[in-house]
Every structure is written in C-alpha cells, then in structure tokens.
Design a protein. Sequence first.
Length: 226
Amino acid sequence: MTANVADNLKSVLNLIPKTVQLVAVSKYHTAEDIAAAYQCGQRIFGESHVQELEKKQATLPKDIIWHFIGHLQTNKVKYIAPYINLIETVDSFKLLKEINKQALKNNRIIDVLLELHIAQEETKYGFTIDACRKMLTEEDWKSLKNIRICGLMMMASHVDNQDQIEQEFMTAANFFDELKEGIFAHDANFCKRSWGMSHDYKIAVKCKSNMVRIGTAIFGPANLSI
Ligand SMILES: *Cc1c(COP(=O)(O)O)cnc(C)c1O
C-alpha cells in the first residue's frame, strides 16, 4: 500500500494546476501512509475524526498543516484548538463562537471555512446558501476576533451526472463571488474555495476550486480497521 502513495500523489499533483492547494485526506489511513506522502513533500493533511487526528498529530512531524474536514461537535473543539490550522467545516454560528472561544483560550487565531450544503443529499452537513448569507448579515461574527473566515467549503452530490456536479460547484463559486464582492470585499483572507474530491476534482478545478481534498486517489480505499 505505502509503496503506491508516492506515485499516486505525483499523479494527482500532475493533474491539478499549481494554483490549487492539495489537501491529502488521510482519515482511515495510517501514520505510515501519511509519512510516505510527507516524504514526497506533501504538508497539508485532512482528517475527519477528532480522536484519530489527536493520535496522528501527537506522533507525526510538527510542520504538518492539519485541516479538520469532518462534522465537528462543539464539545470537541477544545481538543484540536491548540494546533489545528484550518477548520473547513463550520456549519453553525454556535460552532463559530465555540471555535473563537477556544482559540482565545489558546491565544491564537483559528482559520475557518464555512461549509455549504448544496448537494441534494440529506447526509451532508452545512449551511444552505440562504442560511449562510443570513448568518453573515445578521449574526455578530465580526466581533469574534480569534477566528478568521477564509472562504467556503462544500461537497457535491455523490452522483455520476457530471452536469449536476458542475452545477453544484458553480453554485458555490457564484456564492463565493457574491461574498467576495460584498461582505468580504476588503478582506484578503477570504480567498479559499474548497471543493473537489477523488471522483470529482477534475470538474472542481474547472469550477474555480483552489483547494481540493483528496483521499482515495492518493491512499487507496479506507482502512476501517485503524
Ligand atoms: C473523505 C473526505 C474527502 C476525500 O474523499 P475521497 O473520495 O477519498 O477523495 C474529502 N472531503 C471530505 C469532507 C471528506 O470527508
């Protein structure tokens, strides 16, 4: 397995433009697999489970840039607050406030993305576009000094229909532009568009993604026993 990680990583990097950041999604993969990608120069890794991330973060090199990409419960923010580099999955104002609180306790600023729910699947989390716009216009997020909203994240529906996937990505891209021309017009930090996974990242980069989150295409199928 590990032998392939280097080759897979190179193939993926060859297929995405240099302006697109690659998050190597290492959930359900071993520290050895992460180390193999790290040896090739990969530094950004994405994890979805707090406990799994905790274990890996403790043992792996400290210059790894960790992104949290799973559903985050407010009571678990405190565990990752000391070191997390980007929380990609903020889906409520309550969670944003808790991240701010824990960031303050750790005397740091935590970068976050707002997760959008655009896909036609109940299983996915995130703000609807209307709810996100409402939160940004009504709620007092600007008083949260220890978080920085750096952009948007979303997952497209898990379907074969390329047009539908493209449509969902473009909905996110257009909403990003709306915010970039409005609420975030004078905020250089608001610049990240995180969409695209193993099965749809080639479409995502055509739809203005500048951050793709790729697991299976690099590490192979999930190893559910770890
Ligand atoms: C698991 C996961 C990915 C990576 O999915 P692959 O299909 O393995 O590339 C990307 N984003 C999120 C939010 C995930 O949970």
